[in-house]
Design a protein around this ligand. Structure first.
Ligand SMILES: *Cc1c(COP(=O)(O)O)cnc(C)c1O
Length: 384
């Protein structure tokens, strides 16, 4: 992989996976190294420093370099899931450490923070994602060790000003991790705005085909906190399997056209339903009516992503009936795949969810935009 790759545009980096060609065979896709162990040299050193797959495997190299290059970071680690990556960031903290995170964010992680995080002696404050004064109030110098951001955030797609919150966090001596799953590095590169670590559920857009569970962390630079995260990775053992790594790299090769199409489709749907008589509200950062639109314009380039939510008139019952009548949109959780999904989010999150019952979360795929709009329009018209 040559240095000129650093200046390539994301579409080139992903399509060519940094232009790697195998020295031995000249194959343009990489081989898999399923070996879990590597022979030691007679002087007790290791060839290439590799000893055991839980710590390292050559299959990881290319996928990690692609991600590091896309995010503008120095090093990437792959995890068995997005949650495993996020949890490694929490496990790298110490009892008594304080974390500030959004009130509305990826639900399973917020639940983990409140359950296992609190039992591990961590303390949390949850703030209004879009309200910089709220972040300022709760990020406390000398006390706050980690600031967790998710933007656009599940499932109302509020936007956090990464640069502004990062400045507050760094003044207070805290690390900033950004969950960049929804935006992808095609639309937002948090490290450019000062973030320390970027996290992905690579299960979503990075792989893009709803057939691999994976997570990643990319750091802006090496440091004490990152070293503790790496220790969690190698010793904690929630690493990605080599076959999944190979599939993830294959998926990432089409990331740029998938994100482009999903963003265009989501925008078409958002615009169609924005002033619809049967719709209460469309939540999509690409709409001028969205509270976070101005900041989204500042920190997202090339589109606003494939995720939006629709709040229908008629409450929860109508919302459920509407989603039951969709044919192209499949009723399923998750996001970032080539196929469109629709989800009644509050019933998935349970009684303590902050999500209103009339809200449906849409993961817009790469199908034809008119077909998608027609599917939703027909289902909405028939719903009661
Ligand atoms: C899915 C998701 C996660 C969790 O990732 P898994 O791969 O399912 O463990 C975290 N954050 C966001 C925004 C997600 O969509």
């Amino acid at each position: 992989m040559s240095d000129h790759a650093k200046n390539q545009k994301p579409a080139t980096i992903t399509a060519q996976a940094l232009g790697w060609v195998d020295d031995a065979t000249k194959s343009v896709t990489p081989p898999l190294y399923p070996s879990t162990t590597f022979e030691r040299n007679t002087d007790l050193s290791y060839h290439d420093g590799r000893c055991y797959t839980r710590a390292d495997n050559p299959t990881y190299d290319q996928a990690c370099q692609v991600l590091s290059t896309l995010e503008g970071g120095s090093e990437t680690r792959l995890f068995a899931s997005g949650m495993a990556a996020a949890v490694a960031c929490l496990h790298a903290l110490s009892p008594g450490d304080h974390i500030v995170a959004p009130k509305v964010m990826y639900w399973a992680l917020r639940s983990f923070m409140l359950d296992s995080g609190v039992r591990a002696g961590l303390s949390f404050d949850f703030v209004d994602n879009a309200d910089i004064a709220d972040w300022d109030k709760h990020i406390v110098a000398g006390k706050t060790k980690l600031v967790w951001l998710e933007t656009p955030a599940n499932p109302d797609w509020q936007i956090t000003d990464i640069a502004a919150v990062t400045e507050l966090a760094h003044k207070a001596g805290a690390q900033v991790v950004v969950d960049n799953t929804v935006a992808t590095p095609l639309l937002t590169r948090p490290i450019e705005f000062g973030a320390d670590i970027v996290m992905h559920s690579a299960t979503k857009y990075l792989n893009g085909h709803s057939d691999v569970l994976a997570g990643s962390l990319t750091t802006a630079s090496d440091g004490e906190y990152w070293q503790r995260v790496c220790k969690q990775h190698a010793s904690g053992g929630a690493v990605l399997g080599v076959f999944e790594t190979w599939l993830l790299l294959r998926g990432m090769r089409t990331l740029s056209i998938r994100v482009e199409r999903a963003s265009a489709n989501a925008m078409a749907i958002a615009k169609h339903f924005e002033n619809h008589p049967e719709v209460e509200q469309v939540q999509y950062p690409g709409l001028v009516s969205h509270a976070g639109h101005d900041i989204a314009v500042k920190q997202m380039t090339g589109g606003f992503g494939g995720m939006l939510s629709i709040r229908v008139k008629g409450g929860e019952k109508r919302a459920v009936d509407f989603h039951n009548r969709c044919k192209l949109f499949k009723r399923a959780t998750s996001l970032g795949g080539v196929e469109s999904l629709i989800e009644h989010r509050s019933s998935v999150e349970g009684p303590t969810s902050p999500v209103p019952g009339d809200l449906l979360r849409l993961s817009v795929g790469i199908e034809d935009a008119d077909d998608l709009v027609n599917d939703l329009e027909t289902a909405l018209r028939l719903s009661k």
